[in-house]
Each structure stands twice: as C-alpha cells, then as structure tokens.
Design a protein around this ligand. Structure first.
Ligand code: C5P
Ligand code: C5P
Ligand code: ZN
Length: 470
C-alpha cells in the first residue's frame, strides 16, 4: 500500500473552516452546480449540508459557467455557492457578483486571491485526479458539521464520475474520503472488472454491448459471447433468470476475468488496454444489490443520464435519497442515455474520424448532442479507431449555433506534458472574448463560433504538437 502524505491538507482545512464559518453567518443561498455526475454529487452534498444547518436555498444546474450564465442567475438570491465550476471564472464572478459568492471547485484555477474559494491546486493537490468537485464539497461539508461524514459515498461517486480512477484506483485526497466511507460502512473497495453493467446486464450483453472497451469479435455478436461464457464453464441462466456478472461465484469471476484478458490480448489489445479492464471498484453497501446505484460507476452514469439531459432535479433527488419516484424516472432516463451513447459511437464508426497532425478529430454537427459528445469522444479510446498517442477533439452544435468543443486525452499523454484545459483556455483567449473554455489536463471543453473553426484547429494543432513533441 502506497503511503500518502497529506502535506498541505491542514491549509485546505483552514480555508474550508473560514468558508464554513462565513456560510453559518449567512442565509438565503443559491447553489449553482455543474450538470454532470460530479456536479450533481457536489450539488447534493452542499444541499444536504445547508439543510442540516437550517439554511434556505434554491438550486440551479448549469451546463457551464459562461458569462451569460452568470448574468442569468444574477439577482436570483443573496448568496451564491458554485460547486464543481467557478475556479476558471473567478474574474468574471468578481466583476459580476461582488462579494456574495463562494466557489468550491477542482478545475485549474485562474490567478486570484479570493478567500471564499476552495480548490485543491491552491494547496498543492492535483484536482484532475486527486479530488473531484464532490470531494472538495465534502471536505467543506465536514467542516460545517461532522455528521456530514455520511455524504462521503456521494463524494466517491463524483470522483468516479469524473474518471479520477483512471490509473486503476482512486488516489490522493480521494483516498482520504474513501477511508471515511469505509469507516462508515458505506463503501467497499475491491479489485474487479471495470466494465459497465456488472449488475444491470445479462452476461451476454455485458460483453456484446461493452463500448468501453469494445471487444473485437464479441461486440454485437451474441453467439460469440455465449461461446465465450460457456467455454469459461459458466451457465447463462440460474433458475430461468439470466445471470449477471454480479451473480457469479468468486471462482467464476476469476475465470471469466482472466479469460477475458487473454482473449483481449489475443485479439489485438495493447497490454495497457487489457490491464485497464481491471482495477479498484467501489460498491455502495447501503444500496439494493440489484440496483445500478450499488456500483459507483453505474451510479455516476445514472446521474449523467439526468443532468446532461436537462433533468438534473431528478438526479439530485436520487442523490438526496429518493429511491421511489425520482429513482424510477432516472432508470428510464438511463435507458435513453445509453441508447444515445451507443448511437453516437455507431455514428462515429460509420462517419470515421480524421487524423490531424496532433489530434483525432470529428465534427458531429447535430448528430450527437453537445452535452454528451465529450463522453463519446472519451469512449472512443476503447475502440480500435484511435490510438492512445493523440488526444481526441470533437465538435457538436449548440442550440444557439455555436460549436461546442470537447477534448479528451489519456494518462500517457498527460505524462508527456499535455494540458488540454490550459491549451483550450489559451486558444479561446486568442480567439476573442465570447470563446470561453478550460477544464482539466485530461478532459476539457470550450465553445467557439462557426467561423473560428479553422483557426481554432490550426492553433490547437500547433499547441498540442509543441507540448507532446510531435
Ligand atoms: O466538470 P467536471 O470536472 O465534473 O468534468 C470532468 C469531465 O471529464 C467528466 O464528465 C468526466 O467524465 C470527463 N473525463 C473523461 N475522461 C477522463 C477524465 C474525465 O471523459 N479521463
Ligand atoms: O463538456 P465536457 O464533458 O466535454 O467537459 C469536459 C471538462 O471541461 C469538464 O470538466 C468541464 O467542466 C470543462 N469545461 C470547461 N469550459 C467549457 C467546457 C467544458 O471548463 N467551456
Ligand atoms: Zn468535476
């Protein structure tokens, strides 16, 4: 077990104490959270914490904190708490909201000495992989009230939703949160397969539907999947019901997993890609064993199914504990979300991507919703369309006609020095004021005007090529 040194955690704690004291003095809040899984977990954690302090609040979910978003929410309350975004927009917030706002975030921050701002980068931690927006909100919540330790499981769902386990397990400050969640008996960690649908998909579909990664020869080929399962000595059904991976015995899981790794390498996977199939998984012990909420990854996908499709209130209710109406609604949204992801991936397979000097590129126009084009871009690393050697840049059309840009990279590229968030922010600044962007080293986004696309791509090609030296 690696030893973790929480060098500057005391400083982060002090900042949170300062913010917590100030929050206790004020009332009538507006929580503004991001629309993805981490954003909803962040929003739910702070909502629960405010509820426990008997504070009044409204909640707003936004796709992104652009200047026009800030203008729209201005005057909707007395005090604003921005969670899972805001660190990249501190200058805009200062200009537009004066002093009645708090920012709890983990994106790469702009320079500012604003005190009601909590961000891991200010204290020597990497917000790209060591702690998510939900994790940062959780640390603040704990300063508000020790009772909020029961929100640690949501902070883990947020981190997994942001794929902070991309090196095989959660690291850094996320481990501290995990220790709280284990102590509270909310989460169990174990080394296991990291494919989607361990609980929700019958074994055959578990393999044939897998899109991250896609298994050549098994994808969309039920007959081959049945052969694979039977050859592993596993029955497809138990008492007339289709078995899922989670129904298998320990021994069966072991055989299934090792056979799948051998199969993947024999069918062209790099060692990296095959290894990536296994890693630490996080089980939510208080959830029904048959519910997707039982697995942190599936919980996060369910939240994306709500938040990224304009139904954040449903996801927030699920985070706050609703397992009846909101849960049923979310399960329906999950089906539609997964359908759209599959259709999007198929669309890219049919249309193909182009390989530019420094990145892979596709423009989905109106064929993929801008809210999920980033997820689809990231999932392509699980296909044979692209290698790990270049980032993926995807375009989709926003309703206002602007281009939404989503960018995704791999940990290999990050180690070479790539920082997509910084590159997109700089490119946007060079393009002009209404192009706003930023994010993490590994995943970032922005919006640009149609007429800017060629110069945008040209600048990006140059900046990315410079940083990864190609
Ligand atoms: O705004 P926020 O930090 O919550 O969003 C990060 C986004 O980047 C998430 O939607 C997450 O799924 C995505 N991501 C990705 N691939 C990674 C890391 C993050 O697609 N390797
Ligand atoms: O929208 P998408 O999932 O591609 O976003 C990837 C990451 O980039 C998220 O963390 C998001 O908050 C960030 N982003 C940003 N500014 C934008 C668009 C996205 O900081 N204009
Ligand atoms: Zn986040």
């Amino acid at each position: 077990m690696k030893k973790i040194v929480f060098m500057d955690f005391e400083e982060l704690k002090k900042r949170n104490q300062l913010i917590a004291e100030e929050i206790k003095k004020r009332n009538n809040f507006v929580i503004v959270n991001h629309h993805d899984a981490d954003g909803l977990c962040s929003g739910a954690i702070i909502a629960k914490a405010l509820e426990r302090e008997n504070k009044k609040f409204n909640q707003i979910t936004a796709k992104q904190l652009y200047s026009d978003t800030i203008r729209e929410i201005k005057n909707s309350g007395e005090n604003y708490i921005f969670v899972d975004f805001g660190s990249g927009q501190l200058n805009l917030l200062e200009e537009m909201l004066e002093k009645n706002y708090f920012v709890i975030d983990h994106h790469q921050p702009v320079k500012s000495d604003y005190l009601f701002h909590s961000n891991p980068f200010l204290f020597g931690f990497d917000g790209g992989k060591e702690v998510s927006g939900a994790g940062m909100t959780y640390f603040l919540a704990k300063e508000l009230n020790e009772k909020n330790k029961d929100l640690s499981a949501l902070a883990i769902v947020g981190a997994v939703g942001d794929m902070q386990d991309y090196e095989g397990e959660l690291t850094g400050l996320n481990r501290k949160i995990l220790a709280d969640a284990e102590e509270m008996k909310l989460i169990k960690k174990e080394k296991d397969l990291r494919l989607y649908g361990k609980i929700s998909r019958p074994l055959t579909q578990f393999l044939s539907f897998s899109s991250n990664p896609i298994f050549p020869g098994l994808a969309a080929n039920d007959k081959a999947c049945v052969d694979f399962i039977l050859n592993s000595g596993i029955e497809l059904k138990e008492k007339n019901a289709w078995k899922t991976y989670s129904d298998l015995t320990k021994e069966e899981k072991k055989t299934f997993t090792s056979n799948l790794i051998v199969y993947s390498i024999e069918n062209g996977f790099s060692e990296w890609k095959a290894q990536n199939i296994i890693g630490e998984t996080y089980t939510l012990l208080k959830e029904n064993p048959k519910s997707p909420l039982r697995d942190a990854k599936e919980f996060a996908t369910l939240l994306n199914s709500c938040g990224r499709h304009g139904e954040a209130h449903i996801g927030l209710k699920v985070c706050m504990g609703d397992r009846i109406n909101a849960y049923q609604n979310a399960m329906e949204l999950l089906l539609e979300h997964k359908r759209q992801l599959r259709a999007g991936i198929e669309w890219v397979h049919e249309q193909g991507l182009t390989e530019e000097k420094a990145f892979y590129f596709f423009d989905a126009e109106e064929n993929i919703k801008e809210e999920i084009v980033g997820i689809i871009a990231g999932m392509l690393y699980g296909s044979n369309l692209v290698s790990q050697k270049k980032p993926i840049i995807a375009f989709a059309r926003q309703k206002d006609g602007l281009i939404k840009v989503s960018a995704r990279a791999t940990d290999d590229l990050i180690r070479k020095g790539l920082n997509l968030g910084k590159i997109l922010r700089e490119t946007c600044m060079e393009l002009g004021s209404d192009a706003e962007g930023g994010g993490h080293k590994i995943a970032a986004g922005c919006r640009i005007n149609l007429w800017q696309q060629n110069s945008f791509k040209e600048k990006l090609n140059k900046k990315i090529a410079d940083s990864i030296k190609i």
